[in-house]
Design a protein around this ligand. Sequence first.
Ligand SMILES: Cc1ncc(COP(=O)(O)O)c(C=O)c1O
Length: 452
Amino acid sequence: MTQNTLSHDDIAYQLHSYTNAVQHRTQGPCIMERGQGIYVFDTDGKRYIEGMAGLWSVAVGFSEPRLAQVAARQMECLPFYHTFSHKANVPSIQLAQKLVELSGGRMAQAFFTNSGSEANDSIVKMLWYYNNALGRSAKKKIIARNKAYHGVTVASASLTGLPANHRDFDLPLPRMLHTRCPHYYREALAGESQAQFVERLARELEELILAEGPDSVAAFIGEPVMGAGGVLVPPADYWPKMQAVCRKYDVLVVADEVITGFGRTGHMFASDLYGIEPDFMTLSKQLTSSYQPLAAVLISHKVAEVISSHSGEIGTFGHGYTASGHPVATAVGLENIAIIEDQGLVANAASSGRVLQDALNQLAAHPLVGEVRGVGLIAGVELVADKATKAQFEPLGSVSARVVRQAQDNGLILRNIQDSVAFCPPLIIDAQQVEDMVGIFARSLDQVAASL
Ligand SMILES: Cc1ncc(COP(=O)(O)O)c(C=O)c1O
């Protein structure tokens, strides 16, 4: 099939996620055909560094034979079996056990879904089920943050704090609240220190809980490092302070580690890095390196016990997906984690991550760069129209979009989020490849700066 036919058929038959469908008719798709390590190749044979690991997800790179082999073996052995009504399959049991082990025994059980969105929707339902089980029928509200990203299903999208996920979808649902996000560069008051900023965020959370009534607030959810909101890295003491407020009012803590889980920050989980002791954890993406659709909800002992006994009382835990614990997806997940461990990819994320953060920080003096932020192998570079005043571009995101387009022409895939450019390469990336990636980005930045 020719490239032209494929483009034509794509425009005709496929509604794309996060795409302006009208613009797509003239712009058409960039169609990827194959992958090799950190690179992907389009149907013209052009090579790109995948600086976003696809969608923040392909930890082991785009050509890992062990995952292909394990999927094929599982397909031949048992291609599908479910986890309803006392049934199970071998890989789902083994993966659940492995995830509990990786949590250091803090979490008790895993519940599997197909996507991060469904995992967060499942957590919302579990929170409601849990509080009903405890006879606290009013304790149902959930506090998320502005600029959070928790997915797109009805409850998850409500927790997401980005206008595009609400607008004209009749969201958010009631009972979903949002508080300020921990982005010091944009959210701090004039003259406010990082410590004062964190104190204020904790105070604002407490005031919100008190205004709503502690008896009505079930949980606080956050990504340890915010991804789709622009790669927003919290100040070091943010999480302990927010968590202390939650504990004071018996508000459960949900760590959405869909992006940060499995080594992204140079730690197996970002909860370890920030001292988060979650009641629920959401995992996906690097769980299978996105070779298979899979997510997991990890449930703490305290919550798992209540949920289990309530199902005993009312007769069932009436929740689950056909593909919950899918044997091919969970077999791939197990093997993917084995690869992350065998190849030392968490340590590699820390060492290549230092190279990434250093190289990007060298661009901090660039006239277009307002802030460089990141941890491990995730980073954001925020562009500004005026460094001194931090003025944003008009329209917002227009210049970062040009930089990302230019980088793509130059053979590097990145993502723009408002005025920021996000980096999140595969965890297998080495120091030289990081330098290559940042070199292409710097050249693209200069090309756009020269054209402004
Ligand atoms: C932190 C976080 N949570 C949840 C999701 C939703 O996952 P999915 O796209 O698999 O539904 C994402 C996706 O990017 C995410 O970044």
